[in-house]
Design a protein around this ligand. Structure first.
Ligand code: ZN
Length: 315
């Protein structure tokens, strides 16, 4: 990503779609992913290798991964809940896989039906599998530290626990860890502290991305704080779809359109063409007529005379 300053990783097709009741048809998913790649988005998390019984919305993930791989220049990411999921992701050809490890063990048991020790066992097996692959077929493997900023079941999550699990994931062979504000509890000060603590433990190159939600409206404030610390990858979802089951009316992930606007206006290169990105919304709206789309920039439109690349900082 040498020609861009910030990698926006679109997670709507996974995080967004898994959180809503509507099932997006496979062809619409393909059109969405293609349109976003055409708009310049370099990485998209296109699905999750969970049993279709649990998440029928994502039952076509293998097909979507295979399709997304045909789009030039796109890094294709997928979530894997366990070893079986990782096997399927490798078979489908994902470039990057993320296994979520919930720092709140109560949440881990509620969500994945696994203790920390059991999840770490899966990580160990996945690393063995990846190590057996030829280098050009080996996906990047991220351990996602979810509920890192607080949990709807446990409440406060100790920083020391987050750091300890980051250390264990790297020690077991994850290429990277990611910090996830699954519940939308994070604030900028807390986020900066946790980034620094994890860097001190595992090294700056082992944590380059954060996954933020906008549940309490702090998504962009947190994104900006992370950038100032030196984080270079930000997850977001088009239209902020997904919502939050615990906070009616709240958006899901930070909104890709608003994030891309902020970065572009600040003169940071993302590789994204804003006008094209805004047009992608129509595809999602048409395919999900019953779901709410969020975002301020799409509603307000781009400023008068807007031009890409630092419009907001030009004299
Ligand atoms: Zn999320």
């Amino acid at each position: 990503m040498s020609d861009i300053d910030v990698l926006i990783s679109e997670v709507g097709p996974r995080d967004g779609l898994q959180s809503i009741k509507s099932i997006m048809p496979t062809d619409a998913k393909k059109a969405w992913i293609k349109a976003e790649a055409d708009a310049g988005v370099r990485e998209i998390e296109v699905g999750s290798f969970v049993p279709p019984k649990l998440l029928p919305q994502l039952a076509d993930t293998a097909e979507i991964v295979a399709y997304a791989r045909t789009l030039p220049g796109l890094a294709v990411a997928a979530l894997v809940p366990n070893f079986k999921g990782a096997e399927n992701a490798v078979k489908a050809g994902a470039h990057k896989i993320t296994l979520p490890l919930s720092v709140s063990e109560t949440h881990s048991q509620a969500n994945l039906k696994k203790t920390h020790a059991q999840v770490l066992d899966e990580v160990r097996k996945i690393v063995e599998l990846l190590d057996s692959l030829p280098a050009d077929q080996r996906p990047d493997f991220e351990g996602g530290l979810s509920t890192a900023f607080g949990c709807t079941l446990e409440g406060k999550v100790p920083e020391a626990k987050v750091v300890e699990l980051a250390r264990e994931l790297i020690a077991l062979g994850c290429d990277e860890v990611g910090l996830s504000d699954t519940t939308g509890y994070a604030n900028p000060t807390q986020l900066r502290r946790l980034i620094k603590l994890i860097w001190a433990e595992v090294g700056q190159d082992k944590l380059t991305g954060v996954h933020l939600h906008n549940t309490r409206g702090l998504g962009l404030a947190n994104a900006h704080a992370a950038l100032e610390e030196g984080i270079t990858t930000l997850d977001s979802s088009l239209g902020g779809i997904g919502g939050c089951p615990f906070a009616p009316g709240a958006s899901g992930n930070i909104v890709t359109e608003d994030l891309a606007f902020m970065l572009d206006a600040m003169g940071l290169q993302t590789g994204i063409d804003l006008a094209k990105l805004l047009a992608v919304r129509q595809i999602v709206r048409d395919a999900l007529p019953d779901e709410e789309l969020y975002g301020f920039t799409p509603d307000a439109g781009l400023p008068k005379d807007y031009s890409p690349g630092g419009w907001g900082i030009a004299a």
